[in-house]
Design a protein around this ligand. Structure first.
Ligand SMILES: [Zn+2]
Length: 50
């Protein structure tokens, strides 16, 4: 049982559209991809809007 040694193929992560940092979302993700930091900022912004 050495499944940990398998699947070492690197995953291509999309870049954050705001700051260019790598996100936790794969390249195949559709739409806007944001890094955790920018996602947090976006959440704060939408939460405070209105
Ligand atoms: Zn970002």
């Amino acid at each position: 049982m050495d499944d940990d040694a398998r699947g070492t193929e690197p995953v291509e992560y999309a870049d954050c559209v705001h700051c260019g940092e790598p996100t936790e979302h794969p390249e195949s993700t559709k739409g806007t991809t944001l890094c955790p930091v920018c996602e947090w900022h976006e959440a704060q912004r939408t939460a405070c809007s209105g």
